[in-house]
Write a protein that binds this ligand. Structure first.
Ligand SMILES: Cc1cc2nc3c(=O)[nH]c(=O)nc-3n(C[C@H](O)[C@H](O)[C@H](O)COP(=O)(O)OP(=O)(O)OC[C@H]3O[C@@H](n4cnc5c(N)ncnc54)[C@H](O)[C@@H]3O)c2cc1C
Length: 569
């Protein structure tokens, strides 16, 4: 193969790894090069993959993180917000929180309608999801009452381990019991396409270990798939308006068929712009010769906004929380995970009570009535929530008393209307992009968020209302909209669900950059297949959408190139 391949894929996150694997494993067995800027992750330490470390890996493993930040956010008291991205084989699945949530069926149907291609409909996306998942859904005992996924809605023999917790902290079962007793709606499978209600989170993990895109797809690769870590692509090599390869530190790798960018929603537009594809005025600012004027590149940046807060509980921590502050208990917990995948580290932090709820006050607001009619109709769909909320026991963060017990709660906005951008800081590929998600810049988001926080704390039976709460650590009193807004300005952030920056759309959509075959407008042999392409951000944690983008792109490319037969490659 040398330095020349049929296909070159840039970025080994969930989208890139699926795409590379599916192309390489197709019967025609084309040669595929997968290039990843970050490392190979050969670190055998368990910490990196313990799912109970889900909330802290991004900060404790800086080598796995690009460490991006936003520009000061004018609607968030001019704060600079963390904008982490995973770096290394596995991409952001190395450091993300491992929530595995399927969007409402109506979101994929809307995607199909907006772009005019049924390949993105719920029916077809769910079929692909079944192919990808290995859903460990068998539940027995008390957890069953709150989580009972129907096997027909989930895959069982794909590459991606998804885990329904077998055991959760007893306190979390009590939270559920109270919520149910108070009459709040329980949903025993949040991932059926209808997330509305309150249920138990499932994780992209198995036996206490995080499922990374690397673990799922890159451990046993065929010989026609070459995976190169520590290979940051600086630019796409173009001949006239055709992609013929990529450049890595001055070295050229050639693609006889295509280059596909899967570098994520911040780095993919950056790479396009560095290669002369983007808004011509923006490129000129950095003296980059314009190859293709494509104003949508880097625009439409969307993310979910969230706010977490916490309480100290009166009850002492469960004994299993010893493993968080006692070296001996931690060593024993690690051994147990290695031996049989059970123990405190497989239990703590698995019991997240998640709610996907529709707030009717928001749907009656003036800000809702000012939205385009199509967006209003979508928000009124029965499966579409206006917000997500979470309640969970939390391990003490640095600076907190480890002998006490804590409750974390959070609210995530869904269907955010605020739109920002990613731009180049300079023509130097080593410089971080300028990221401005413009969080809460849209009036609908501000109204929706205030109402969502009020609705979340009022869920009948929720644990923040219980006598067990000792005192709030950073929670407001929720007494007035002004107080909640001020709390949001000081505490809200992005959920790292960046998307839509090289968006897919129909020919008459001037802001669209790729067609429904992921082909970039105006350039031959160049596609984009990662979270950059979503026409809007679906209402769920997006990893599985990223995997589905890789799977869908592979399906289309295998059909286009006739790779399903051995003779054509
Ligand atoms: C802290 C955090 C928490 C999150 N929590 C969750 C969660 O709980 N659940 C959920 O579903 N989603 C979560 N997400 C989001 C989710 O991980 C991403 O949406 C998803 O990984 C995006 O996939 P992707 O393939 O588009 O890009 P990425 O996963 O970002 O992968 C892109 C890859 O391209 C590589 N790359 C970039 N530039 C270059 C270059 N020039 N040359 C070569 N390689 C390059 C990167 O290093 C990276 O490996 C979280 C993300 C973060 C950061």
């Amino acid at each position: 193969m040398g330095d020349s391949f049929d296909f070159i894929i840039v970025g080994a996150g969930p989208a890139g790894t699926v795409l590379a694997t599916r192309l390489a494993k197709s019967p025609a067995a084309p040669s595929v090069l997968l290039l990843e800027a970050g490392g190979a992750n050969n670190d055998p330490s368990l910490d990196q993959r313990l799912i109970s470390n889900r909330m802290t890996t991004a900060s404790t493993k800086p080598d796995l993180n690009w460490g991006y930040k936003t520009v000061p956010q004018s609607h968030l008291a001019n704060r600079v917000i963390d904008y982490s991205r995973g770096k290394g084989l596995g991409g952001s699945t190395l450091i993300n929180f491992g929530f595995w949530t399927v969007p409402p069926s109506a979101d994929y149907d809307r995607w199909a309608k907006v772009v005019g291609d049924d390949a993105f409909s719920w029916k077809q996306m769910q079929q692909r999801l079944r192919k990808l998942e290995r859903y460990h859904s068998k539940v027995e005992g008390p957890v069953e009452r709150y989580c009972y996924p129907s096997p027909q809605d989930h895959g069982s023999d794909g590459e991606l381990d998804v885990e329904v917790p077998k055991v959760i902290e007893p306190e979390v079962l009590s939270f559920f019991a109270e919520i149910e007793k108070a009459g709040s709606p329980i949903n025993r499978d949040l991932n059926s396409g209808d997330p509305i209600g309150i249920g138990l989170m499932v994780s992209s993990s198995h036996r206490g270990l995080r499922t990374t895109a690397q673990a799922a797809f890159l451990e046993h690769t065929p010989s026609n798939l070459v995976v190169r870590a520590d290979s940051a692509v600086d630019r796409i090599v173009l001949q006239d308006k055709t992609a013929v390869g990529v450049e890595v530190d001055g070295k050229i790798f050639r693609a006889s068929k295509e280059v596909i960018l899967c570098a994520g929603a911040l780095d993919t537009p950056k790479l396009l712009m560095l290669s002369g594809i983007g808004d011509k005025d923006e490129l000129k600012k950095h003296d980059i010769p314009v190859v293709q004027d494509l104003p949508g590149v880097g625009q439409n940046l969307q993310d979910h906004t969230w706010v977490p807060w916490a309480y100290q509980r009166k009850a002492p921590p469960s004994q299993s929380y010893d493993a968080w502050h006692n070296d001996e208990a931690a060593a024993a917990a690690r051994r147990q995970i290695e031996e049989d995948g059970t123990g405190p580290f497989a239990v703590n932090g698995q019991g997240y009570v998640l709610g996907f709820l529709k707030d009717e006050t928001t749907l009656k607001s003036d800000e809702f009535k000012a939205l385009p009619a199509a967006v209003q109709r979508h928000l009124e769909e029965p499966t579409v929530p206006t917000f997500e909320t979470a309640f969970a026991l939390m391990s003490p963060m640095p600076g907190m008393d480890p002998t006490k017990s804590y409750l974390m709660t959070a609210v995530l906005l869904q269907n955010n209307q605020s739109v920002g951008s990613v731009r180049l800081a300079s023509s130097n590929a080593k410089d971080a992009p300028i990221c401005d998600p413009a969080l809460l810049s849209h009036p609908f988001d501000r109204t929706c968020f205030i109402n969502a926080v009020k609705a979340a704390v009022s869920i009948p039976g929720n644990p923040t209302l219980s006598d067990d709460i000792d005192f709030p650590l950073n929670a407001p009193s929720f007494a007035s909209d002004e107080e909640i807004w001020s709390f949001l300005q000081q505490n809200a952030g992005a959920t790292w669900h960046m998307s839509c920056t090289v968006k897919m759309g129909q020919e008459d959509d001037e802001s669209a950059c790729v067609d429904t075959h992921f082909r970039l407008r105006g350039i031959e042999n160049l596609r984009v297949a990662d979270m950059s392409v979503t026409p809007f951000l679906p209402g769920a944690h997006p990893t599985l959408t990223a995997y589905l983008i890789g799977e869908t792109a592979a399906e289309k490319m295998i059909a286009e190139y006739g790779l399903n037969t051995q003779s054509k490659a």
